[in-house]
Design a protein around this ligand. Structure first.
Ligand code: UDX
Length: 435
């Protein structure tokens, strides 16, 4: 028998979680204070771009296991398990802003009519689940609930796949009763022998930060090796491949680029440094990763400037704005820093992205020229810069590109083109970490 579940927050994490849990056979109500979002969802529209999500959402709505509402009080009262999936954006100082979590916790405390399991999916600093527990006791005067820390490891663009095929499910718990309920919630995964890690609350909270900081470190490491490859004439792809053949290293997340971005790595690395500070434990390695990643973005601009001689008055065609392919998300995208630097140096910018145009308009407005087609974005450009590895750019017709462009310079920050073939067509080509 499925559980009655409320999911608070219908952003990337909340929505994918709600839809996925409904598909496991639970009865899920997703709630949000944003009326416009709930309205959209009730009309079968999805406020984010996440491949495969709509089909599963429609199916579960049709079959009566999934609904959307702004009535948080009712959703909490009728549910046994409450997932908190609200945003925890970074504050100025890098700490996570917990105000959305706090307001979710208040709603839960006000509506604690029966025993409930309160599950934190949002990424929260170490100690937050214990704080949530105390806060609810203090507000409601009741103790008929348990808290669970159940961090998410969803990649944007692959979130649906990741939800149904996780490498592991982490459950931080304090009570056996709540642990058993969580096994029920994730019964479908339990049955297909997905590894479950049961641990205390603090361990679960730290697993999330440690995992993301490690991946960000891995990317930054290969980025610096790529920079060294350029200097010594080595090929970073071969270096990464051979490194990855060592089972202890693994080949994943060794792809060099313009620096990592997104809603998780930048925020979680900064938060981890802050957590370390609070407890007097230096996170010097992670601190350096954050700094080196900023350098990597700026390095792309310096490279282009060197290739062009001067950026002032030059027209740059940019393909890709999202922080990676497969998403419309521009949060902390390297494109933001790179484009701002180019504008500062007096370049004219023409851009294309198959999904992120709307988000880009919010950031840059009319400071840059937006195009609905990659070839229009490169017309009369002195240089072409690839910032996101969208598949459609991989199959770009470079002969057409060379006719449309004014100049012949390509900076490929994602290494999607073959350097030799591109040069054979008459381009001055540079990628990252290879000749
Ligand atoms: C990440 C984590 O993978 C996920 O587990 C976590 O819970 C949320 O954050 P996401 O931000 O969606 O997911 O994207 P991911 O695919 O991990 O990429 C993050 C950034 O690193 C992107 O900017 C990407 O381009 C970059 N990256 C990734 C590299 O530059 N090189 C790589 O080898 C891998």
């Amino acid at each position: 028998m499925g559980k009655k579940i409320a999911v608070i927050g219908t952003g990337y994490v909340g929505l994918v979680t709600g839809v996925g849990l409904a598909d496991f056979g639970n009865k899920v109500i997703c709630v949000d204070i944003d009326r416009a979002k709930i309205n959209m969802l009730n009309h079968g529209q999805i406020p984010i771009y996440e491949p495969g999500l709509k089909e599963i959402m429609d199916k579960n709505v049709r079959e009566g296991r999934l609904s959307f509402s702004t009535d948080i009080a009712n959703a909490i009262q009728r549910s046994e398990v409450i997932f908190i999936g609200v945003g925890t954006p970074p504050k100025e100082n890098g700490e996570a802003d917990l105000s959305y979590v706090e307001s979710a916790v208040e709603s839960i405390a006000e509506n604690l009519n029966d025993y409930k399991v309160i599950v934190t999916k949002s990424t929260v600093p170490i100690g937050t689940n214990r704080w949530i527990k105390e806060k609810i006791i203090e507000k409601s005067g009741k103790t008929n609930f348990n808290v669970i820390s159940n961090p998410e490891f969803l990649r944007e663009g692959k979130a649906v796949h990741d939800f149904f095929h996780p490498d592991r499910v982490v459950i931080g718990y304090e009570s056996e009763k709540a642990k058993e309920i969580m096994k029920d919630v994730y019964r479908s995964l339990y049955l297909i022998e997905t590894p479950f890690v049961f641990c205390n609350l603090e361990t679960a909270e730290l697993i999330k930060y440690a995992s993301n900081a490690f991946l960000a470190t891995k990317i930054t490491f290969i980025n610096q090796i790529a920079n060294l490859c350029e200097a010594v004439g080595a090929d970073v792809h071969v270096v990464a491949k051979a490194m990855g053949m060592d089972g202890r290293i693994s080949p994943k997340f060794l792809h060099p680029g313009p620096g990592y971005g997104g809603s998780c790595f930048p925020k979680d690395t900064k938060a981890l440094v802050q957590i370390g500070k609070r407890y007097g434990v230096e996170m010097s390695l992670v601190n350096e990763v954050i700094r080196a990643n900023e350098e990597q973005k700026k390095r792309m601009v310096i490279k282009l400037e060197r290739m062009l001689g001067n950026l002032k008055g030059k027209t740059i065609g940019i393909l890709g704005l999202a922080f990676k392919a497969g998403t419309d998300d521009m949060r902390e995208s390297p494109a933001i820093v790179i484009i701002n630097e180019l504008l500062k140096k007096g370049a004219k910018i023409k851009v294309h992205d198959p999904q992120a145009e709307e988000n880009a308009r919010k950031i840059f407005g009319d400071l840059i020229e937006h195009h609905d087609n990659e070839y229009k974005a490169m017309k009369d450009a002195d240089a072409l810069v690839i910032l996101t590895e969208w598949n459609q750019y991989r199959s770009l017709d470079l002969e057409i590109a060379s006719k449309l462009m004014k100049g012949n310079i390509i900076l490929d920050t994602r290494n999607i083109f073959d350097p030799l073939k591109t040069r054979e067509l008459g381009f001055v080509y540079e990628g990252v970490g290879r000749k």
